[in-house]
Design a protein around this ligand. Structure first.
Ligand SMILES: *Cc1c(COP(=O)(O)O)cnc(C)c1O
Length: 393
């Protein structure tokens, strides 16, 4: 397959050439569950791996393959794999990398269901977990044990937007041969590429910016050829969290505009973050490229732009936070993120309600904290909607 150099061209052309598909400009949708063999012998060769080709759509599908090649190229990794949800990708990767009694080191903030998955693995398989802010090499070295199987990171950390130095963590982990997995959902490969910084595996909820239109739930993973093949043949194939061909097709459509959309998400978010910061009813704003963020310098180094997600603490109570949400006009009260529509939510009672209160407090998730996924609307309209609701609390 032809290789393209620049991101904006890759999102459109990498992994697909219409010449093989009757000139179809857009990748065709192969809505099929299975593939007929020319002969019994061909079936044997396909199953033995002697001959390449499709067998059954849980093992591979041509529309899905185009998506997998594209995401691998965008993350600058060897191979990609698509899943039916972000959690299907996270669980397939974590289960593939661990066994009973292993130790896992994670970032101090995690997506709620990833926290739930790890808690379940800990109980069922007698694993141990350590949460860390990973601010220094010393902190990481101190946590590593002989049975540490994986370091699992989200950066920016949801919802407080603290960052972890991926290059530093990867360097320490390499010394001990421990794989580093990064959930890159908030940044997408347009803003941050963990594999280029030495990390081993990237996972995504493609439901968010990659799909970008609020109409798909899907996941992706990218890593070394050998690892991705192993996941395909075990925790994807045998647990079965595959993506539907139609959802892969929708992601291919969404990806074409990823850089254009993200440029606008970031531009809008920077302006809204600045407006929030000077508003008297706002106590604190959390945004990666805000110079009040303690990780501002790292943000500049590691992320191309600050992203489309902002969190903020209001001066007031939980009731005031809920009232703010209730008084909005077009901004929608919804979890998820990365859509064209601006979405707002209350982490303590929604996305992070599953995290025990003590943990929540440690993570900086107060009852006054609000998370905003800045959409693609006119930024002044977004601000006007927020401002009129702020006046009423
Ligand atoms: C949404 C999300 C997930 C889970 O993805 P689904 O597609 O909902 O299964 C994982 N990680 C992060 C950071 C997310 O935002």
């Amino acid at each position: 397959m032809k290789e393209y150099r620049n991101f904006e061209t890759k999102v459109i052309h990498q992994g697909y050439d219409g010449k093989d598909m009757l000139g179809s400009l857009v990748p065709p949708l192969f809505q099929t569950s299975t593939y007929a063999f020319d002969s019994a012998e061909q079936g044997e060769r396909r199953f033995s791996g002697e001959e390449e080709g499709y067998i059954y759509s849980r093992l591979g599908n041509p529309t899905v393959s185009i998506l997998e090649e594209k995401i691998a190229a965008l993350e600058n990794g060897e191979k990609g794999l698509a899943f039916g949800s972000g959690m299907a990708a996270v669980s397939a990767v974590l289960i593939a990398l661990t066994k009973a009694n292993d130790h896992i080191i994670c970032s101090s903030g995690l997506y709620g269901c990833t926290f739930g998955l790890l808690s379940m693995m800990k109980e069922k398989y007698n694993m141990s977990l350590d949460f860390s802010e990973m601010k220094t090499e010393y902190e990481i070295r101190n946590l590593i044990k002989p049975d540490t199987a994986v370091i699992y990171i989200e950066t920016p950390i949801n919802p407080t937007m603290r960052l972890i130095d991926l290059e530093m963590v990867a360097r320490v982990a390499k010394e001990f041969g421990i794989p580093v997995v990064v959930d890159n959902t908030f940044s997408t490969p347009y803003l941050q590429r963990p594999l280029e910084l030495g990390c081993d595996v990237v996972v995504h909820s493609a439901t968010k910016y990659i799909g970008g239109h609020g109409d798909v739930v899907a996941g992706l993973a990218v890593g070394k050829r050998e690892f991705i093949d192993a996941v395909r043949n075990t925790t994807l194939k045998d647990i079965g969290g595959i993506i539907s061909p139609f959802d892969a097709w929708l992601l291919l459509r969404g990806l074409k505009t990823l850089p254009v959309r993200l440029d606008r998400h970031c531009e809008n978010a920077e302006k809204i973050a600045w407006k929030l910061r000077i508003h008297p009813k706002i106590k604190r704003v959390y945004y990666p490229h805000d110079n009040e963020n303690p990780d501002f310098e790292l943000g500049k180094k590691q992320m191309k732009k600050g992203g489309g997600m902002i969190s903020f603490d209001i001066n007031g109570s939980k009731k005031d936070a809920q009232n703010l949400l209730n008084h909005l006009d077009f901004i929608k009260i919804a979890v998820s993120l990365g859509d064209a529509e601006t979405l707002i939510e209350h982490p303590a009672t929604m996305t992070h309600a599953v995290v025990p209160e003590a943990e929540r407090k440690k993570m900086g998730i107060t009852d006054q904290l609000i998370r905003l996924s800045v959409g693609l609307e006119n930024w002044e309209d977004i601000w006007k909607d927020l401002e009129q609701a702020l006046v009423r609390i």
